[in-house]
Ligand binder design. Structure first.
Ligand code: C2E
Ligand code: MG
Ligand code: MG
Length: 712
């Protein structure tokens, strides 16, 4: 269940309202209590006044009655009714006296102050009579409206009767009521004043509460609201909407300023992060991320507008070589110079709006669009101009620390919407076109065409699938036995890489080695092959009749040779496997060695110093002459199987093979013939004194365990 949300302001209003109500209730209670007390005071005052007046009345009544009794003693003794009457009438004349009764010792009425004395001789038969008769002293009794006072009349010890005077209470009651009314009136006056004061107090309290609420609203709630809004904006990534300035010097003012500062610093960081995230640190160009965003934005804007775009995918040719030979710093410098040349090539194209980005490594991507208002040239023509400009400017020699460096660039162009409709496919097709330019001999440009797709896509997929193939266990080694020609004794094996693709099955090395070489993967795979082959070979048994343990011959690609890590990889493999150096043979292709003779000569020398044997593979297919062998010191050469296969048919091949064997032997170089598929070939080679032979006739490449079985 959701609890209704009360914000600070409404909570505060509720509290203030609560306090006000409480004050009102307390005030009302106090007021009520005051009224009650006043009532009680009036009540008590009334009672005490009443008692006081009654007492006063009683004592004066008693005094009057005694006085009258004294005066009546003689007339009564002599039974002088006239005198008694005079006295009784005199007493009755007093304004508050209601009745006067003179009675004899038996309680009979003798006189009541009237002329005819109608009650004469009648006994007093009211309720008080017996009590009065019995009293020996003046006696008072308060009845409802009358105070009855009696006094006995005596002569010496003899009782003659008594006198009774009834005082009417009306006057006293009136006086009492008057005084109480006066008291009430003065209380009312006091109440009136108190009520005013209370109202005033309530008004003051209410206005204080209102003032407090206003103050709180101004000082706390409003700034808090502003701060909350600012923080919400910041959270949403809006650092620019202004926060109202505050000149307050208190904590809130400080808080507002701090939040402002915090926002500025966040904005700065955000800018920095964006700069880092969206630009290439080395060249300052846009990076992959920025490019993709821009590309997607433009494609969205162009959808259905009928305008065209061209994407140029440029990849430097042989840039890896510069990194490998001159070092990464030089490589970085080259990239910076390349970036400058690209920028100036871009500037030279008129009527186009071009975005340039570096995609990392030696890849640059350009997005070309007709400039606004520049209608003259079509996007296709502009793309041709730009691609030509790039190829031209990047094939000019570059000066690097006084050294001339020759580069080149392969450019692929894909167009929107003709070639692709989305950013990803536009990039992919640009890449494919670039690949095609590489295939066409590099340093040129190619426009994407649909026919390019299949071949190149297969190749690219292979490259993709090949990554991590060793780690996934898809790559393995097979071993093809190598025999001594003279006695056909098994002396060693060549390790051959096998790829079992999870979907496509076995893939021929001639296909995937090429791909691995082009994308550089061969450097990692080659190192693994080397180590793995050495580990395996170290546990091989000595075959019968050989006299020494078999050697393992490992193929090394040209790229491994150039990378500069080969020596270390060989040292590591030998150390980890414990294999004797002379049992390791490295097969290098002729072309790899010639292409960088100086470097290769030095490297081969160092390998041979380690004790490792170096063989030239596929000998005869490259451009090397036998004289070449003198400069590049090798231990052996493998005559390519194209010569061996025609050995029986083509006399020229037989002559050439014989010459190679003779020359090699004169230089102390071992000769291996590969691709021996028939007995005749083998016999010929034995006649010509070829040292070692290898081929399907002698043995196919075997799985490791099968090869070990063969050795036994
Ligand atoms: P290669 O070094 O010249 O290897 C010999 C190739 O000839 C192997 O082909 C082998 O199976 C094949 N072969 C052997 N005897 C005969 C025969 O009697 N008739 C015919 N027609 N072929 C025979 P494979 O295994 O397909 O390897 C092809 C190439 O792939 C190798 O040529 C080598 O250049 C490369 N390669 C293989 N493994 C590796 C490796 O681990 N590293 C590198 N860098 N390259 C490798
Ligand atoms: Mg080989
Ligand atoms: Mg070969």
């Amino acid at each position: 269940m959701m609890r209704p949300r009360l914000n600070l302001q409404s909570r505060f209003q509720v509290v203030i309202l609560g306090v006000l109500v409480l004050v009102l209730v307390v005030t009302a209670l106090l007021w009520q209590r005051l009224q009650m007390i006043q009532g009680e005071v009036i009540d008590i005052t009334g009672k005490s006044t009443h008692g006081l007046l009654a007492e006063q009345l009683r004592s004066s009544g008693e005094a009057q009655a005694s006085q009258l009794a004294d005066a009546l003693a003689n007339p009564l003794y002599y039974f002088d009714l006239d005198a008694v009457g005079i006295l009784a009438r005199g007493a009755l004349r007093a304004s508050d006296v209601e009745y006067v009764l003179v009675y004899d010792a038996q309680g009979r009425i003798l006189h009541d102050g009237s002329g005819d004395i109608a009650a004469y001789g009648k006994p007093m038969n009211d309720a008080l009579a017996p009590e009065i008769m019995a009293a020996a002293a003046p006696h008072a009794r308060l009845l409802a409206n009358v105070l009855d006072v009696s006094a006995p009349i005596r002569i010496g010890e003899e009782s003659l009767g008594g006198v009774r005077i009834g005082y009417g209470l009306d006057r006293t009651n009136h006086a009492e009521a008057r005084s109480l009314a006066a008291l009430r009136a003065s209380f009312d006056e006091v109440n009136q004043r108190s009520r005013l004061w209370l109202l005033l107090l309530c008004a003051v309290l209410a206005s204080m509460a209102l003032f407090g609420a206003m103050l709180l609203q101004r000082l706390l709630l409003r700034p808090l609201k502003i701060l909350g809004e600012a923080v919400r904006q910041t959270e949403a990534g809006d650092f620019l909407s202004p926060i109202p300035e505050s000149r307050r010097s208190d904590e809130i003012g400080e808080l507002i300023r701090s939040v402002g500062r915090m926002r500025q610093s966040l904005a700065r960081h955000d800018r920095d992060i964006r700069r880092v995230a969206y630009s290439d640190a080395l060249t300052g160009m846009a990076n992959r991320l920025a490019f993709r965003e821009a590309l997607e934005g433009r494609l969205r804007a162009l959808q259905g507008v009928g305008q065209q775009l061209a994407l140029l995918f440029a990849d430097l040719d042989d840039f890896k070589r510069i990194n490998d030979t001159l070092g990464h710093e030089a490589g970085d410098e080259v990239l910076q110079q390349v970036a400058q040349r690209i920028e100036s090539a871009v500037l030279s194209i008129a009527g186009a709006d071009i975005l340039v980005a570096r995609f990392g490594g030696d890849e640059f991507v350009l997005l070309l669009q007709q400039a606004e208002g520049g209608l003259g040239t079509s996007v296709h023509e502009l793309a041709i101009q730009l691609a030509e400009g790039l190829v031209r400017t990047l094939s000019e020699p570059m000066l690097l620390h006084g050294r001339q460096v020759l580069l080149g660039v392969s450019v692929g162009v894909a167009q929107f919407p003709d070639d692709a409709a989305t950013a990803s496919s536009l990039l992919k097709n640009g890449d494919i076109a670039m690949y095609q330019a590489k295939m066409a001999g590099k340093n040129c440009y190619r426009f994407y065409s649909r026919t390019m797709d299949q071949a190149i896509e297969r190749r690219m997929r292979m490259e993709h699938d090949l990554r991590g193939a060793w780690e996934r266990g898809e790559l393995s080694l097979a071993y093809q036995p190598i025999y001594r020609t003279r006695d056909r004794v098994l002396v060693g094996a060549e390790s051959l890489l096998r790829w079992h693709h999870p979907v496509d099955g076995a893939i021929a090395p001639s296909l995937f080695i090429d791909v691995a070489e082009q994308c550089g993967l061969i450097e990692q795979i080659g190192a693994q092959v080397l180590l793995h082959a050495c580990l395996e070979a170290s546990s091989w048994p000595v075959p019968e009749g050989a006299g020494e343990p078999p050697f393992i011959s490992v193929n090394v690609s040209a790229r491994q040779l150039r990378s500069g890590d080969l020596i270390q990889q060989v040292v590591d493999a030998l150390e980890q496997s414990g294999l004797a150096a002379e049992r390791l043979h490295l097969e290098l292709t002729e072309t790899a060695v010639i292409s960088d003779e100086l470097h290769a000569t030095e490297l081969l020398g160092r390998l041979r110093q380690l004790g490792v044997r170096v063989w030239l593979d596929d000998f005869g297919t490259g451009f090397s002459s036998l004289s070449h062998l003198r400069r590049v010191q090798v231990d052996g050469l493998k005559i390519d199987r194209s010569f061996i296969s025609d050995l029986l048919r083509d006399p020229d091949d037989l002559v050439l093979t014989s010459a190679i064997i003779a020359m090699a032997h004169s230089m102390g170089v071992t000769v291996v013939a590969e691709g021996v598929e028939r007995e005749g070939q083998y016999e010929l080679l034995r006649e010509r004194d070829c040292d070692l032979v290898q081929g399907y006739w002698l043995g196919h490449p075997l799985e490791p365990q099968q090869f070990v079985d063969l050795l036994r």
